[in-house]
Ligand binder design. Structure first.
Ligand SMILES: Nc1ncnc2c1ncn2[C@@H]1O[C@H](COP(=O)(O)OP(=O)(O)OP(=O)(O)O)[C@@H](O)[C@H]1O
Length: 307
């Protein structure tokens, strides 16, 4: 039996019939607040999100939200689950207000006056009040995502799962969407799955990095960044020099900037005069982890850390 607001995932594995091992022995402890699950395409994020949302069953492992056994008490979990999938269809001819009202009925909010209060509150919270009478078919990508959040929030979920929500949003919509999400972590476990490092660095108090179905790192973003201090070095090189630099140094990332190639390397010591030390950010944590230059035992895991 776990603490009421803790999502505990233990040794979860899932393979697809074609043999792909989408999740291998995944264990995570996810407290109340915003949790970022970061990983590249195909890492296994959506598989884990669907399992947590009770849409798939793991081959092995246990998952508990407080006292609810997520794998075996799917109906119990669904009562307190909000899920915004990667892609969702909407009835294009319905307005946000009427569709949200409809979903509220399905969610069991039978009293008309309470329903009105809930629906109006959610439309205001997601900043859709002004456009509540417009047809969803005419909404922008960002407005649709915010409508998805309004639906996911019906019934005050204790667990809110948001799968790759910012893909395809323009910068202004993305900021508006992230601001909305950041307000939600106060009362529930919110899991944000993404391949965009900034989504996690701007929002999440805890995070994990997943690749090829395995958790490579579980950390508090600020502490993980702190642990890399003094170890990230930067140099601008000609494009053709990359193989040479990569042979001599632990290159973690390369980026084009104004037509030049900017290389970040991991090194405990000064790698040489042409490199300058830079303040690490979460992108450095991500690439260090993905390239295997930095591993879990060098970090303090999220669950043992008190900030
Ligand atoms: N229904 C399926 N049948 C077979 N293989 C699948 C299925 N769904 C996912 N996979 C495979 O499982 C692995 C994990 O996929 P998953 O969608 O969970 O990753 P992801 O991190 O969400 O990636 P993306 O960001 O591209 O959505 C990938 O190799 C994918 O090709």
């Amino acid at each position: 039996m776990g603490a009421p607001d803790l999502l505990s995932i233990r040794n979860v594995s899932k393979a697809y019939p074609n043999g792909v091992k989408a999740l291998q022995n995944v264990s995570l402890k996810i407290p109340k607040g915003m949790f970022g699950l970061l990983g590249p395409n195909g890492a296994g994020k959506s598989t884990l999100m669907r399992i947590l949302a009770t849409l798939q069953t793991p081959d092995e492992g246990q998952i508990h939200l407080g006292e609810i056994d997520v794998v075996n008490q799917k109906d119990e979990l669904r009562k307190t689950l909000g899920y915004l999938p990667q892609e969702f269809g909407v009835y294009r001819n319905a307005s946000a207000e009427s569709l949200l009202n409809h979903f509220a009925i399905l969610k069991g909010i039978t009293s008309k006056s309470i329903r009105k209060e809930v629906v109006h509150g959610l439309l205001q919270q997601t900043n859709l009040w002004e456009v509540r009478k417009q047809k969803l078919g005419g909404y922008s990508g960002g407005m649709r995502q915010r409508f998805g959040v309004a639906v996911a929030l019906l019934g005050n979920p204790k667990l809110l799962i948001v799968d790759e929500p910012t893909a395809g949003l323009d910068p202004a919509e993305r900021v508006r969407f992230l601001n909305l999400l950041s307000e939600l972590g106060e009362n529930s476990v919110v899991i944000l799955s993404t391949h965009i490092v900034e989504d996690v660095s701007e929002l999440c108090t805890n995070m994990a990095i997943i690749n090829k179905g395995q958790i490579l790192l579980e950390a508090v973003p600020l502490l993980a960044i702190d642990n890399l201090k003094g170890r990230i070095w930067r140099r601008v090189i000609a494009k053709g020099k990359l193989p040479e630099v990569a042979q001599e140094h632990k290159v973690i990332s390369t980026k084009m900037l104004g037509g030049h190639t900017v290389v970040h390397v991991y090194s405990k010591e000064d790698p040489g005069s042409e490199f300058e030390q830079v303040a690490p950010d979460l992108e450095d944590v991500y690439f260090c982890t993905m390239t295997g230059h930095y591993t879990q035992h060098q970090y303090q895991p999220a669950k043992e850390v008190v900030l």
